[in-house]
Design a protein. Sequence first.
Length: 260
Amino acid sequence: MLSAVEIKSPEQIEKMRATCRLAAKVLEFIRPHVVPGVTTGQLDKLCHDFILDHGAYPAPLNYKGFPRSICTSVNEEVCHGIPGNRVLREGDIVNLDITTILDGYHGDTSDMFLVGEVSDEARKLVEVTRESMWRGIRAVRPGGRIGDIGAAIYAFAHGEHGYGVVEAYCGHGIGREFHMPPQISHVGQEGRGRRLKPGMTFTIEPMINTGSPECRVLDDGWTAVTIDGGLSAQTEHTVLVTEDGVEVLTLRSDETPPGP
């Protein structure tokens, strides 16, 4: 039996909008700091302080034992990279994954950052990953199916570009809890899966690899890396199913959704 999915009230939706706006602002704030020579630990500290200064709490900190306030996943790291002493270098790509808790509600978003001048291969991967996420977002509509989201992502990232789409990690419902039903696979079949209803909130966060979609977890128990050492990229938004479509709750002020 499928687990129940929370349908949020208008009051709950306003709380989701507030925490998601803050999560988006964290990414806007940190962007100029992602430069060659900075450590992932320094980026974590900056984001941690910014979140606290805005009356919120960083959800990853101590979540199931995670030791930092954000995730920083560099190059071949797929997700859940732990900030520390790693120095970002010219040509790196890095995902910063931000989740805020404001007034009891979670806002979850991530984006890719290019460190200095990067290779054409890395730039293309990031561009395709971002467009894959938007393809998934545009598939969200009341009465649609969860499978529509993964089908759209997979058709573009793998079908058109030959990239590996990670299946080991997925998007998720979000609200008063960090991870709630439903799970949002980034590989799906159109017309299959749970029906989408207005008031649902969840993340769409495809992880796209240049090679194999397979990954493994390092000895730290968190950091997932590509099995073949290839590059990986991820972008993420929290969305709301509305009466007539979808609202991107974590949309940044420096971001324009692409057209259909």
